[in-house]
Design a binder for this molecule. Sequence first.
Ligand code: NI
Length: 138
Amino acid sequence: MSAENLVRFGVSVDKELFTEFERVITEKGYTNRSEAIRDLMRDFLLAEKLNQRGNDEVVGTITLIYNHHVRDLSDRLTALQHEYYRVIISSLHVHLDHEKCLEVLVVRGDFKTVQLISGRLLSIKGVLSGKLITSGVL
Ligand code: NI
């Protein structure tokens, strides 16, 4: 980066957020806060770029953690996976403890559909957390 292409900017954040951010980037091995922020900006822009590829075919995973004791939850998750059997091409189930399950679904399809499936799964009551990771564009 040449000096003339460098932009400096100030950011106001609350102390708690700042302290936590500093702790995490140090743990991750960053020695330079600017580099951590640059990486976050690049990730954000990449995610946005992927978001605009609605009709492109992507491959990725949807990871879910849920409590299988929640009434009808397992049935609802299974029904949704059958509804999208052409896009959800594989799955892995791990019983984490007496209540919680982890599921990893491998998806392949147009990005809009993959996002829709992810959104529908994550919004089901009893799904504790989850994430869609788009690993590649075909
Ligand atoms: Ni289980």
